[in-house]
Design a protein around this ligand. Structure first.
Ligand SMILES: Nc1ncnc2c1ncn2[C@@H]1O[C@H](COP(=O)(O)OP(=O)(O)O)[C@@H](O)[C@H]1O
Ligand SMILES: [Mg+2]
Length: 532
């Protein structure tokens, strides 16, 4: 056990008086030396020289109660013991000049005596570690017996420990609430998914670095991005708003100006100045959904805005500043896009700091049940009536949903649609077995129709440019490839040469541009629409 050193400020009221009956009174500083289980080796008595006589008495009484104790007196010059700055300065001088040796001694700082200002200052010095000790509080005895020394009790407060126990429990609770919030309160069971959400929660609240959410279509990237923002909003870190754009909808002058703004007259049709989304996101979050679809020029400008915090609006030579956090979503493999030359490697490196891949539903089948309950509860709320499966139907649906036959190709989009159809077709809010069987057949058929392996991939440009067109699964992949090629080419003819690279060599006359124009016309698409 290390020797104990008590640092106490002389209490001009409580540590008095000096007359002989004083032993019957409770005197906080002296009481610390009358305790059976405390044998302080030293008292450091802080006092104003004005109260030298009282200090003498306290010193004497401490020595008589505890003869092995050494008393050191330390003068504090304070004109006004209620003046915060003065009291703090004098105590800080003491703390800085005293030869503390926490390896060899245990320091207890007594905070029961002195003005409140003195007590607060001593607390601050201990709390910030300038006095390397713990606090000790004394309290008067509950009942007094005449003629007996008034001992009272003492209580040691270790700020480190109390902070640890209380705050750690509280932080853990807040953290858990944050994770639940990200998961919309759905009690998911998949270990990997839950670990991923824990990590996203930590990163979201601690950092403003870019976050990239990847994963197949419909796994919930867009929804999670909004939740991340809302979670950040609960803390102090985000002052601005949430600005969102799907990059597949941005092209040409329009793309630059939507993102970075323009000055009046920057291009035909630029009738007024426009701020752009980056500026709108200042102090907030910019969510670039489908960032893989962003053009190369926009990528370059975005990189600069991220690295330097400023960029040039179209037609302007005055740099604009914006300080935003970037969230990005993509279902494309951006590494592959870099190899194909459609995504800048330096931009990928910049946004790849925190990449989180959201798992597909078929890789977390144990979460389908809680998600189903959540979805049914929200549909019920939306429609103002309870919608539920009967027992058999529930078992049937879940067993199909978690089987390998259920590929949940578009993930939550398929899953949510299935539940919505069941809810709508249910009589009196009860979903029965026949409905479930019908739905299973419908899902299987729709997935079979898409089973053509070349149709497996996502078709973001087709989705963006022809959102409501009915296009055969057979046509989707080649149309997607065609649209991408057009966007990477300078002219229709150049795109045609790339797309018909093989067949053109076997023709007598080549008119690749014309061939391409006719193909596009089948979908009511023109070159300008695709690239402009
Ligand atoms: N955990 C979930 N439970 C139920 N529906 C969800 C969940 N996550 C996403 N959805 C819904 O699924 C659809 C697709 O989600 P979205 O976030 O747009 O996916 P992504 O951006 O990955 O394509 C949206 O209608 C969304 O509301
Ligand atoms: Mg999305």
């Amino acid at each position: 056990m290390k020797p104990t050193v008590i640092i106490s400020n002389l209490g001009t009221n409580l540590d008095g008086p000096t007359h002989p009956q004083r032993w019957e009174r409770w005197r906080p500083t002296v009481s610390l030396f009358q305790q059976d289980d405390l044998e302080p080796a030293r008292l450091v008595l802080l006092h104003d020289p004005k109260f030298g006589k009282l200090a003498d008495t306290v010193e004497q009484d401490v020595l008589s109660a505890s003869p092995t104790t050494e008393v050191q007196r330390h003068s504090l010059k304070q004109r006004d013991p209620w003046d915060f700055a003065e009291v703090y300065a004098s105590l800080l001088d003491f703390a800085e000049s005293y030869p503390f040796d926490p390896e060899a001694e245990d320091y207890l700082v007594h905070v029961t005596t002195g003005t409140h200002v003195t007590q607060i200052c001593l607390f601050l010095l201990v709390e910030t570690g300038r006095i390397p000790g713990r606090l000790v509080q004394t309290s008067p005895p509950k009942a007094r017996k005449r003629g007996h020394a008034a001992l009272g009790t003492y209580n040691i407060i270790d700020l480190d420990l109390s902070r640890y126990d209380l705050l750690a429990a509280r932080f853990e609770k807040e953290r858990q609430e944050g994770v639940d919030f990200l998961k919309s309160g759905i009690p998911t069971r998949n270990k990997n998914f839950n670990a991923l959400m824990d990590r996203i929660e930590q990163v979201s609240i601690r950092s403003d670095d870019a976050i990239l959410l990847t994963g197949a279509t419909g796994v919930g990237k867009t929804r999670l991005a909004r939740r991340v923002f809302e979670l950040k909003q609960r803390g102090p870190s985000t002052a601005g708003g949430f600005v969102e754009v799907n990059c597949a909808t941005l092209r040409g002058d329009g793309a630059m100006s939507t993102l970075f703004g323009h000055n009046k007259g920057a291009f035909t049709g630029a009738l007024n100045d426009r701020d752009g989304l980056l500026r709108k996101a200042d102090k907030g979050v910019l969510f670039l959904d489908e960032i893989g679809e962003l053009g190369l020029d926009e990528q370059a400008m975005l990189l600069r805005a991220l690295e330097e915090g400023w960029f040039l609006p179209l037609g302007s030579d005055t740099a604009v500043h914006s300080n935003f956090q970037l969230l990005a979503g993509t279902n494309r493999n951006l590494g592959e896009a870099v190899r194909a030359g459609t995504f800048r490697e330096d931009l990928l490196a910049r946004i790849d700091l925190w990449t989180f891949e959201l798992p597909s539903l078929k890789d977390r089948t144990e979460d389908l049940e809680p998600n189903m309950d959540f979805e049914l509860a929200s549909i019920s709320e939306e429609r103002g009536r309870t919608i539920a499966f009967n027992k058999e139907a529930r078992a049937k649906f879940l067993s199909f949903a978690t089987s390998s036959a259920a590929i949940w190709r578009a993930n939550f989009r398929d899953f949510g649609s299935a539940l919505r159809r069941l809810a709508t077709l249910s009589d009196g809010g009860r979903i029965g077995l026949p409905l479930v069987k019908e739905e299973i057949t419908r899902l299987k058929t729709s997935w079979q129709n898409l089973e053509d392996p070349s149709a497996q991939g996502a078709t973001p440009l087709v989705d963006a440019l022809l959102p409501s067109a009915k296009i055969d699964p057979f046509d989707r992949p080649s149309l997607e490839l065609t649209l991408q090629t057009c966007r990477q080419s300078k002219s229709l003819a150049e795109a045609g040469r790339t797309l018909f690279a093989v067949s053109r060599t076997q023709r007598k006359s080549t008119n690749d541009g014309d061939r391409l124009r006719k193909y596009l016309a089948r979908f009511d698409l023109s070159w300008d629409q695709i690239t402009g």
